[in-house]
Design a protein around this ligand. Structure first.
Ligand code: NAD
Length: 484
């Protein structure tokens, strides 16, 4: 099928203003299967104008929270209706098994839309006691207003789910949006925009401009009518976005990468910890921000655990993810293939023990072998850098204090997991590890009601939960002088 995808602006598909196109490449066959519009500064200006008009007296600006909530509920129903289509779009664009987005991303996205439908009518202000005004009494209250037009910049690894995290919350808050999907995965965001139109969202509330970060993403960051940038992606791009958008005093939320530790104590339930660590390493070919890629194991268990993890890695069936018994497809793009292999070679060169997998030779499709290193030191590149591929690094520790120190000795702080049957210890460790989300005996649970985001190089701000919707509002205070 030759896909010819365009922007979605003001409720209609549009070619790029200069006619530019970006090829879409199948990671399994490396064949071009279509193209999307290569967005320009003019395309962004047109989309932002449509979104801005809806806030400045457009139909959207006249809806109350309950009405926005009803539209979000309808959108949830339509996403549920098309969930297999949407899951398959995301899966085939990056070579992922379609079962993963069907079981994980889509249910999460639908739950987010349903939760946001409720939040839309709950964004309340406060009444605040004050000392009055020059001896007279006053009444001060606050209202929550939408921040304005949002630029939502999304990566390729879980395109629909991450787009919905942003959309559900910002629409509940009454904002409008220009979505910039990753250049590799524009399909599901475009389909979502069409579903939103079917649900009854006014044209211009949700716009999608496809293209490269350096053009479309940057133009959103620089546009004076974009009030907030909500970005999920790499720390490198996040830093540049913060610099560009920060200079213009825009709100910036950054969901960046991770190098999340899975801490396995010797009293852990072995099979549960093994399953959780394998899941955290290999789901979506390891291309997941919360990937539990630093496996910290207590010394008495380390050798046995690393060997079992290596067995699990060897047992993963790699191949065309459209085949029913295949568990792992290729990584999403050539740059990922090169990056993952470069890190595997670095692990070997720096002296870690390669237990399973290894450097993959180029063939047809960007397939990499699930790889496990043992006897690694925490200062090695494979222990510190986000690889974004199916590569696990086992590091040994002796004491609880050492486990915490190792977990925190990393630039990132997105997620962490503690595996132990000693619940007092689990809570002690959870309190000390610096991360946005900690799982105790479960790897990276995601839920529409839970906040998600990181500390340190993993980002700024939280998505998800009621706070995620509040983050798309400004709190305005109004003070009334009361007559004596
Ligand atoms: P990326 O930063 O290269 O691209 C992400 C998006 O930003 C794409 O749409 C891209 O076109 C755009 N972009 C790139 N440079 C830009 C710029 N200078 N200005 C504006 N936009 C720009 O990241 P990626 O390779 O697509 O995704 C992988 C990264 O995303 C990993 O680091 C991963 O951990 C992170 N991620 C984080 C989370 C989270 O919730 N914390 C979730 C998923 C992915």
């Amino acid at each position: 099928m030759n896909q010819h995808l365009n922007h979605f602006i003001q409720g209609a598909p549009r070619e790029a203003s200069d006619g530019g196109r970006i090829p879409l490449i199948d990671p399994v066959t490396e064949q071009i299967y279509g193209s999307c519009a290569r967005g320009t500064v003019d395309d962004v200006a047109r989309a932002v104008a449509a979104a801005h008009a809806q806030l400045e007296g457009g139909d959207w600006s006249r809806l109350d929270g309950a009405q926005r909530g009803r539209l979000l509920s309808k959108l949830a129903d339509l996403v549920e209706r098309d969930s297999e289509v949407l899951a398959d779009m995301d899966a085939s664009a990056i070579g992922r098994s379609p079962l993963e987005p069907r079981r994980m991303d889509l249910p999460n996205a639908i739950a987010n839309l349903r939760a946001a439908a409720g939040w839309a009518n709950q964004l309340e202000g406060r009444t605040i006691p004050t000392g009055g005004y020059f001896g007279s009494k006053t009444l001060s209250y606050t209202v929550r207003e939408p921040v304005g037009v949002v630029g939502a910049i999304v990566p390729w690894n879980s395109p629909l789910m991450i787009t919905v995290w942003k959309l559900a919350a910002l629409l509940a808050a009454g904002c409008t949006v220009v979505v910039k999907p990753a250049e590799e995965t524009p399909q599901s965001a475009l389909h979502l925009a069409v579903l939103a139109q079917e649900a009854g969202f006014p044209d211009g509330v949700i716009n999608v401009v496809t293209g490269y970060g350096a053009q479309v993403g940057r133009a959103l960051c620089e546009h004076p009518h974009v009030a907030k940038i909500s970005f999920t992606g790499s720390p490198e791009a996040g830093r540049e976005i913060q610099r560009t958008a920060g200079v213009l005093f825009k709100h910036v939320a950054l969901e960046l990468g991770g190098k999340s530790p899975q801490i396995v104590f010797d009293d852990a339930l072995f099979d549960d910890a093994l399953f959780g660590c394998a899941l955290g390493l290999f789901v979506n070919q390891g291309q997941i921000c919360a990937s539990g890629s630093r496996i910290l194991v207590q010394r008495s268990l380390a050798e046995r655990f690393a060997a079992a993890l290596a067995d699990a890695a060897r047992a993963v069936k790699v191949g065309d993810p459209r085949e029913p018994d295949v568990q792992m497809g290729p990584v999403a793009k050539k740059a990922q293939f090169d990056r993952v292999n470069r890190y595997i070679q670095l692990g070997i060169d720096q002296g870690a023990t390669l237990l399973a997998g290894g450097v993959s030779t180029p063939g047809q499709g960007w397939f990499v072998r699930p790889t496990i290193f043992a006897n690694a030191r925490n200062d090695m590149a494979i222990a510190q850098d986000e690889i974004f591929g199916p590569v696990g690094t086992v590091i040994t520790f002796d004491s609880e204090a050492e486990a915490v120190a190792l977990a925190n000795d990393c630039a990132y702080g997105l997620a962490a997991t503690v595996w132990t049957t000693d619940l007092a210890r689990a809570h002690r460790v959870a309190a000390q590890v610096k991360a946005g989300a900690i799982g105790i005996n479960c790897w990276s649970p995601l839920d529409a009601n839970l906040p998600w985001g990181g500390v340190k190089a993993s980002g700024l701000g939280r998505e998800g939960g009621f706070g995620g919707a509040q983050a798309y509002t400004e709190e305005k205070v109004i003070t009334v002088l009361l007559p004596d």
